[in-house]
Design a protein around this ligand. Structure first.
Ligand code: ZN
Length: 114
């Protein structure tokens, strides 16, 4: 099947991630054999993808086979931590209110006794 450079560039993503159908893969492969422009584009895309993945590994400090699951997992971990921190802050201000109430009550009774 003959496909144009535009089609190949559209398909480079699915082709590189190996999620294209056999027909698509073959068509892209055939085109890459004959078209220097697309091959250069494909090589550049692959390289940027690889360095992107390396970056992700450094960011999450998790390896190997890093994928989106791990990213979203660490994102939800992060938001869980943020939620916890917010809860602690709420408790802290609750305690502060309780302490100042206790002080007020204590002062009230002490004043009463004097
Ligand atoms: Zn081409």
């Amino acid at each position: 099947m003959e496909i144009t450079c535009d089609i190949v560039m559209d398909l480079v993503d699915v082709y590189t991630n190996d999620i294209a159908s056999e027909d698509t893969k073959n068509a892209v492969k055939e085109h890459l054999k004959t078209c220097t422009d697309c091959r250069r584009y494909y090589d550049g895309y692959k390289k940027s993808l690889e360095s992107e993945q390396k970056k992700k590994i450094i960011v999450t400090e998790k390896s190997p086979g890093l994928n989106e699951d791990i990213i979203s997992e660490s994102m939800s971990e992060l938001s869980k931590r943020l939620r916890t921190r917010r809860t602690i802050r709420n408790i802290t201000s609750g305690v502060a209110i309780a302490v100042s109430l206790a002080v007020l009550i204590k002062e009230f009774f002490e004043a009463d006794h004097d």
